[in-house]
Ligand binder design. Sequence first.
Ligand code: NDP
Length: 504
Amino acid sequence: MRIYRDEDADLRWLQGKQIAVIGYGNQGRAQALNLRDSGLQVLVGNQEDAYAEQARADGFAVLPIARAAAQGDVVMLLIPDEVAPQVFREAIAPALEEGDAMVFASGFNVAFGFIEPPPGVDVVLVAPRMIGAGVRDLYLAGRGFPSFIGVAQDASGHALDLALALAKGIGSTRAGVVEVTFAQEAELDLFTEQCFGPAFGQVLMTAVDLLVEEGYPVEAVLLELYMSGELAYTLGKIAEMGLVEQAALHSRTSQYGTLSRSMRFVMPELRQRMRQGLEEIRSGQFAREWAAEQAAGYPTLQALREMARTQPIHRWEQELRQAMNYAPPSAVSLLGAEPAPCPSRKAPTPRLKQTIHRLRRLLVSRTEEQAGAAEMRPLRPEEVLPIVQAFLARLPGDAALRAFARDRDLTVHYVLEEPDLEFYMRFVGGEVMAGLGAPPERAHLRLRARADVLDGMLTGRIPAIRAAMSGQIRFDGDTRLAMSLQTVQERLGQIYREARQTTR
Ligand code: NDP
């Protein structure tokens, strides 16, 4: 694959052209400033608010979006992807003329058909692999950052030259840019967010959870795993030196331990799940789901955010961050500068002591909780089936569940391990059906867990959120349906506990 550098790009493709940067946020501000500093003619399109004030303070002419688009020969759409289709439809498309160019910093909307620019305009992609602050800082430091460029429509016959010129103008060809399609950019980006990121997050959560459960102090666990910044620093070195070469920076004990144990964590299921995630992305299923979520006002996103905040790790991190007199290496260190001092630093000693005391109390109460849970005798494998049978028999007649089933069509398939057991619940048109085995219809949602984990969740010993976040319970299917089930989780728990009491 060709890597384009400064010498492959020519700013003359932009000379005499008016660039209209629409949006003055993370990317908009950084790219507008860099383009102007590269000697190009830039104006900003934004509604009148703090972003517009910032652009004026930076010396730009600011116009309403439709007027900016009309004045621009090259229109760069640097606003959030989820609002871009409407803004494009209402303010930009009517202003585009033959010979203009539309520039995107993300392939998403064009790749999934949410934006269809008219024929006669060039449609190009200049997508930095860098956050906005880095785009500006690295430009000022005389360094570059990689970008993906692409062409979706080449009306002028010089769309690639234009994309390269823009990449040069923002400072990216100093580092090198590669050409991809809009779809490749969007799919890779979504894959990182939906497959690589969550898998990595689960590894981290599992490690924290396990070590805390084994009695290691929370603060030591967090510092060891990532909060010292060593992990971030190592990732920087991996990017700089490569995964293999950076190993030389670690001790021989570390090298031997890592290399000799790595095969243990080769899990075919991981690959399979990543492939499934990629398929959802490529087929447009995710894009449609996300569009529906936006249209509904983000109910699932809000619920998921709240769920994440209820994780104990969120509180532990906050406590530790406040207690530490230390700012871990961050993006700032990309420039070789010292990290900025942490603004929330306080006199460390008494505060640190107080926090450690609190964290210890947290740990103790956790241990007590665990001890309390341990008193409740776990089920023997042979006890699971009769309890599940009694539980399922109670579901169809329950008024609260029947109310939940009104205006709904939801089939949930539970797959238990140790002992292996399957059952289902079906909520449809005010009726509740339940039975052992796989459901007669295709399930909308499949939940898998060890029987003792499900027992713990339904008896309240194990918080459902924690079980989900730590991977003890896994689900396939629509996230929104899984969230909707949460609304009857408490009732299901009550019914299960009754069944458990009368059966044991
Ligand atoms: P921001 O969230 O920083 O964009 C904020 C800007 O968008 C403001 O000027 C804001 O103005 C404007 N905006 C927000 N809502 C609307 C609306 N409804 N109508 C009109 N303008 C609106 O976006 P980013 O810079 O993060 O992202 C811009 C593009 O860059 C996206 O395509 C993104 O995928 C891509 N990208 C982003 C990267 C990043 O690191 N952030 C990295 C690489 C690419 P106001 O609120 O006043 O309307």
